[in-house]
Ligand binder design. Structure first.
Ligand SMILES: *Cc1c(COP(=O)(O)O)cnc(C)c1O
Length: 397
């Protein structure tokens, strides 16, 4: 890095996670490392273990792992299932596919409802499959709330309703890694059994923490579940978490950061945070529509408030475009993953953002389209500005 020319100003990290970390969170982490078995740590542990429940909207335990989100995926499966168990998964996109691959590696038998990566999961297809499962072989239904590869949302309350309508006892497991802290999420009210979160997206933290919220039913099932587990064991966590401690060394400084981020989300007000993300999603989509480019999510009701995946016109490589934008404007856009590699780029509008950072990112995209000679109509940033101006409100004092 030392030979790189200095770039003035801030890098625009507009990928859909990791998202930019606010200065206040960085300062909260800038603390001496403390004894994780000492008295001060117990207070910090109790504080964040209670605080994170308010973000999942649950009164049940939430486990915090020193891991990326993928670790909490594994924790969800190994704590509740046995080798050979059938699980129903839905192919909303790349992240759903990765979870499906993990389930196979762990000795489960996932059934993958295939889809075209252009919408959230269809509750009717899940209901039909569960109704056909007369002898109740399916032990869990696993869906991704916000599919970060495509910008499509699955409506979790509708999935719960579909499962209830089928009268099926499977556990409901939801990946909320890229939606938690950005879009409304209700672990208890929506009847979710296992909800999985990560630190580096809506929670505005660096990567390195993952979360699992559980239901009473999931906890009960875990007592007799047969897959081997040790590091991920909920039982070990639950016992010692009661006093604010962990079975092994937690990511102590990230927990200081977590305490700050929970405070910040509540200071702004969760509903205001969600409304902000929704508004920035709409502004971004208006820009994309004006450019004449297509949203990867083809179902308006499923549009993500976290990111927008934009399809490139045929013959234009999205990664070539992304490189041009990065080289000229120090703006990182998300790459297209697996099936849509080179075909889409993703604009993150999550985390610690405001109207002007979103407009800055959209301006970088619009200028990049021009430099890369991507066929488009100018004025996307103008459309976004118009919408943001029309809907702007002064900050409440
Ligand atoms: C980012 C992400 C993951 C993977 O999380 P890691 O922290 O990279 O392990 C899984 N699912 C979704 C929906 C994500 O956005």
């Amino acid at each position: 890095m030392s030979n790189a020319p200095r770039r003035s100003g801030r890098h625009f990290l507009q990928i859909p996670g990791p998202s930019p970390v606010p200065d206040r969170v960085l300062r909260a982490m800038d603390m001496p490392v403390l004894d994780h078995r000492g008295p001060d740590f117990g207070r910090l542990g109790l504080k964040v273990l209670a605080g994170i429940k308010t973000i999942f909207k649950t009164s049940n335990p939430v486990f915090i792992y020193p891991s990326s989100g993928t670790g909490a995926w594994e924790a969800a499966l190994v704590n509740t299932l046995a080798e050979g168990d059938a699980v129903l998964m839905y192919e909303t996109g790349h992240f759903a596919a990765l979870w499906n691959t993990m389930a196979k590696k762990l000795g489960l038998v996932p059934e993958f409802i295939e889809s075209d990566w252009r919408s959230g999961a269809d509750p009717a297809r899940i209901e039909a499959r569960l109704r056909a499962d007369k002898d109740r072989k399916i032990k869990a239904v696993c869906v991704v709330h916000n599919e970060t590869a495509t910008g499509s949302v699955t409506h979790i309350a509708d999935i719960r309703k579909a499962m209830d309508a089928a009268g099926h006892p499977a556990l409901l497991m939801v990946d909320t890694i890229s939606s938690l802290g950005s879009m409304d999420y209700r672990h208890d009210e929506w009847g979710v059994d296992v909800s999985i979160g990560g630190s580096q997206k809506g929670l505005m933290l660096p990567p390195g923490l993952s979360f699992t919220a559980v239901s009473d039913k999931a906890l009960a099932v875990s007592k007799s579940a047969k897959l081997p587990r040790s590091y991920w064991s909920w039982e070990d966590m639950q016992a010692i978490n009661k006093t604010g401690y962990f079975p092994y060394t937690p990511a102590t400084n990230l927990l200081y950061a977590l305490a700050a981020s929970i405070d910040m989300l509540h200071e702004e007000g969760l509903d205001n945070v969600f409304a902000r993300h929704k508004r920035h999603g709409e502004a971004t989509r208006r820009a994309v529509a004006t450019w004449g480019l297509e949203n990867q999510c083809a179902v308006a009701r499923d549009y993500s408030h976290v990111l927008t995946a934009v399809r490139m016109p045929d013959g234009v490589n999205a990664d070539t475009f992304r490189k041009i934008v990065l080289d000229h404007f120090d703006l990182s856009l998300g790459t297209g993953l697996s099936k849509v590699a080179g075909k889409v780029f993703r604009i993150g509008h999550l985390g610690d953002t405001n109207d002007l950072t979103i407009l800055g990112a959209l301006a970088g995209v619009e200028m990049g389209l021009e430099i890369a000679k991507v066929p488009h109509t100018k004025g996307g940033v103008g459309s976004a500005m118009q919408y943001l101006a029309e809907t702007a409100k002064p900050f409440a004092s």
